[in-house]
Design a protein around this ligand. Structure first.
Ligand code: FAD
Ligand code: FES
Length: 244
């Protein structure tokens, strides 16, 4: 689907937010596949979590890491982008639970979509990054705890430190939704196992087709091999068998 770009701006150094028209429905946790160039080079579309969808306008937040995302960063308002989707599984916390959001770097994007759709159920957001410029969207949450590895914003260290100190974690009344780098997701998964907490993790591994055909995104889980683009990217805590 060719969608008109409404805006594309740098939000912090190296991170962009793009808004474009998207008339279909989508739910938090899902992603879309963006074609980054007019022609077929690069050939593969790039997966991006949906950071918001309101009034037919979708937003994604992306970090420039390689050629595809550099091409996305050059796109201007008024141009068109080819977006297909939504794909993948959704965040589905039990109705009774309030939710603690744990985002590392760009992993905050799908959590922001969850919070926008479920403000009353969002207890707090925990945002971590290497430095201040890796902290995104903090102002969008009513209760937010920030940690940076170099201490340039919030407390110094990993985002799991403020998480385990939070009352809703200590009292086991919070359900965790997390998205971010593999190391952070593994740490959250291990904490949940250790403290009897429940939650869901959104994995952002590399993908080929994005809709179940190429088998380029398969991961091992307690229920067998799963495609991250169809059965994932959201899995329950305790479900993913991490490779070392
Ligand atoms: C379900 C899903 C949702 C995603 N959501 C977002 C999002 O909201 N915002 C965002 O910025 N990125 C997101 N990503 C990652 C994003 O798709 C990649 O950063 C992008 O495809 C890189 O394309 P590129 O051409 O710029 O980089 P490439 O030239 O393909 O790679 C450049 C560098 O980035 C690394 N890289 C490439 N793909 C990934 C990846 N999937 N995860 C980690 N490192 C990667 C490579 O190892 C390499 O070092 C998501 C990925 C998935 C699977
Ligand atoms: S990316 Fe092709 S099967 Fe998942």
């Amino acid at each position: 689907m060719k969608s008109k770009i409404i805006s594309n701006r740098e939000v912090t150094r190296g991170y962009f937010q793009m808004e474009f028209e998207f008339p279909a429905a989508a739910s938090p946790g899902q992603f879309i596949m963006l074609k980054v160039a007019e022609h077929n080079d690069p050939l593969l579309r790039r997966p991006m979590s949906i950071a918001g969808l309101d009034g037919g306008v979708m937003s994604v937040i992306f970090k420039v890491v390689g050629r595809g995302t550099a091409l996305l960063a050059e796109k201007q308002a008024g141009e068109h982008i080819d977006a297909i989707g939504p794909f993948g599984s959704v965040f589905a916390p039990p109705q009774a639970d309030t939710v603690l959001l744990v985002g590392g770097g760009i992993g905050i994007a799908p959590l922001l979509f969850w919070a926008k759709r479920n403000p009353a159920r969002t207890a707090a957001a925990f945002i971590g990054g290497a430095t201040e410029s890796d902290i995104l969207c903090a102002e969008e949450f009513s209760e937010v705890h920030i940690a940076t590895e170099n201490g340039s914003r919030g407390r110094k260290g990993l985002v799991t430190a403020p998480l385990v100190e939070h009352a809703a974690y200590k009292n086991k009344t919070g359900y965790i939704l997390a998205c971010g780098p593999t190391g952070m997701l593994k740490a959250v998964d291990a904490l949940c196992a250790q403290h009897g907490m429940k939650g869901e993790l959104s994995l952002e591994e590399r993908m080929g087709c994005g809709f179940g055909v190429c088998l380029g995104c398969v991961c091992d889980t307690t229920a067998g091999r799963k495609r991250m683009c169809v059965e994932g990217p959201v899995f329950k805590t305790g479900e993913v068998l991490w490779r070392t």
